[in-house]
Design a protein around this ligand. Sequence first.
Ligand SMILES: C[S@@+](CC[C@H](N)C(=O)[O-])C[C@H]1O[C@@H](n2cnc3c(N)ncnc32)[C@H](O)[C@@H]1O
Length: 217
Amino acid sequence: MRWLLSTGRAPPAAFHAALTSVPASERDGWLDRVFELGELPDDGPELPSGCVPYLPSSVDTLLRMVELAEVQSGDVFVDVGSGLGRATALTHLLTGAGAIGLEIQSALVRGSRDLASRLNAPRVAVIEGDAVRLTRYIMIGSVYFFYCPFGGERLDRVLDDLEAIARTRRIRVCSVSLPLPSRSWLTPVSWSNDLTVYRSLCDGWNRSLRRRARACS
Ligand SMILES: C[S@@+](CC[C@H](N)C(=O)[O-])C[C@H]1O[C@@H](n2cnc3c(N)ncnc32)[C@H](O)[C@@H]1O
C-alpha cells in the first residue's frame, strides 16, 4: 500500500476498500504502518496552557466522519488542531478531498509535512500557528473538524469566525468528544458515539434541517 500511495496508484475507492478489508480492531495499527508513524511524540513547549495535547482520532471515528459528513473529492477538509496530520492524510486518501491542518506544535507540523511528502499528497497541507487565530482565514474550507483541541473562550471565538464563513456558503462542522456550544447558525444533523456532525444553516432551508435534526434525536 505504501508503494501504491507513493506512486499515485491508490485512488480513494481502492484505498477505502483496502482499509475496510482489515479487521476493525487492527485498522489503527495498519494505518500507522502504512503512514510509517511510530510512538506518539511528546508535546512541545508551544502548546498553550489549557489546550489539549496530541492524541490521534481513531480510524473508526474518521471513517464515520467521512460517511456522516458526506465528504467528497470537491470538499476541503480543515482539521483544527491537526497533530501529526493523520486525520488530514486519511480523509484525503479516503475521499480525494483537499485537506488542511492547523497545528501549533512545530514538531508535529514537521511530522505532518514529512507524512504528506511520503504519501506524495500535494493536496494535504499544514499551517503552523494558533488555530484560534488562523481558522478565520481558512475560508476555502467546507468541512471543519475538531477533536477537542481546546474549549471555552477559544472555541467560542473559532465558532464566531466560522459563522462569518458560513454566511458565504454552507459548511459542515464535525466534533469528536466535544459538545459544541449552541449557535443559531449551526444544527446537529447526525451523530454516532462520540462524533457529532453539524451543518450550517442558510435562510430558506434551515427549517427543513431542524426538522431532520429533531427526527434524528
Ligand atoms: C486531541 S489532538 C487531535 C489531533 C488530530 N486532530 C486528530 O484528530 O488526529 C489535539 C491537537 O490540537 C493541537 N492544538 C491544541 N491547541 C491548539 C491551538 N491553539 N492551535 C493549533 N493547534 C492546537 C494539539 O497540539 C494537538 O495536536
